[in-house]
Design a protein around this ligand. Structure first.
Ligand code: ZN
Length: 339
């Protein structure tokens, strides 16, 4: 039996150069920006600014309540700036932020204005904290084929350098199907127009959802993807196509996707040579941060600096930052790992 090694210390983990690639803007609204007095009490109890969430439906109703209060550009700017600030505090030099316009009612039909407001916050974050950011604009699984295509056209017309990718999130299955065929044309159009692609799959959907995200949507990264472990042929596909999984262990435990951290499939996925990065998903909804995610995983799986360094490497290499930024973060990581 392998002897458990002492976990790398907090300072080393925090300083480890990273990129976060699975982070929802909806899970990054600071509680201090909300106005329970004006908007009515939150739909779930809140303790120290952290909602007490019992499962996915509580999370979604809290999102509606919190994002529904964000009507001014200045609020979005502050959310984006705080993302960069927290990234720096956790050693992350780049973040890919998923934003799903359907969660932001005040910005319906005003995506260009929304992107401009976020862009202002990210620019300030970059100049103050040296953190670069890209947006992955997300479809919701319940949208129609026409709505999906329309969103892609808006993004391509906009051509904003902050927007790097088309993404898809939300409950991955209704009954047994993920309806990927409905979204394939939008992803194809996005690819032709020069957008990158990522997709939530293998969280609420099984391994088949992951295969479809790769084969039908052309996903370059899979958000979660942990249920790939259920099908060796999907594992083989991820390995041969070098598709990384953007894994969020604490989120999976809190939402009941896996029973405990110790039973999380990330360890077995890595043993099968699937490339995995560590991420927070919705840090302010769970009261977690990226360094904590590295620390908890090290403790749960007996990982040392090699394993954590490798996962930081996957995050950096699979992020949608500009090529030169990715290279410089990669060099920073190499220097950190072999000083
Ligand atoms: Zn997610």
């Amino acid at each position: 039996m392998e002897m458990p090694r002492p976990a790398p210390d907090e300072k080393w983990i925090r300083g480890l150069p990273k990129a976060e690639v699975h982070l929802h803007l909806e899970g990054c609204v600071p509680y201090g920006l909300l106005e329970p007095a004006a908007a009515g009490s939150p739909p779930v109890p809140v303790e120290d600014g952290i909602p007490l969430l019992a499962g996915l439906s509580a999370l979604l109703s809290y999102l509606d309540w919190s994002c529904g209060q964000m009507s001014r550009g200045e609020q979005l700017e502050r959310i984006a700036y705080a993302v960069a600030e927290r990234a720096r505090a956790n050693g992350a030099g780049h973040v890919d932020v998923i934003v799903n316009p359907t969660h932001w009612p005040h910005w319906r039909g005003r995506l260009p204005a929304m992107v401009d407001a976020l862009d202002a916050g990210f620019r300030a974050g970059e100049s103050d904290h040296d953190v670069t950011s890209k947006l992955c604009v997300s479809l919701k699984r319940t949208q129609s084929k026409a709505e999906a295509l329309e969103l892609v056209e808006v993004l391509l017309d906009l051509g904003h350098p902050r927007v790097a990718a088309l993404s898809i999130d939300g409950n991955e299955e209704d009954g047994r199907a993920s309806h990927n065929e409905r979204f394939a044309p939008a992803f194809e159009r996005a690819a032709a127009g020069g957008l990158r692609r990522c997709a939530h799959a293998g969280e609420s959907s099984g391994a088949r959802g992951v295969r479809e995200a790769v084969e039908m949507l052309g996903a370059e990264r899979i958000d979660h993807g942990i249920r790939s472990i259920e099908d060796p042929s999907v594992i083989a596909l991820l390995v041969s196509e070098e598709i990384p999984l953007d894994v969020c262990p604490t989120s999976n435990v809190l939402l009941g996707v896996v029973p405990t951290l110790a039973e999380h499939p990330i360890r077995r996925l890595r043993e099968h040579k699937v490339r995995c990065s560590l991420n927070t998903d919705d840090p302010l909804l769970y009261g977690i941060d990226l360094a904590g995610e590295f620390r908890r995983s090290a403790e749960a799986f007996g990982w040392g600096t090699d394993e954590l360094g490798e996962m930081a490497r996957v995050g950096i290499e699979s992020c949608f930052a500009e090529e030169d930024r990715r290279r410089s973060l990669s060099a920073e990581l190499s220097a950190y790992l072999s000083p």
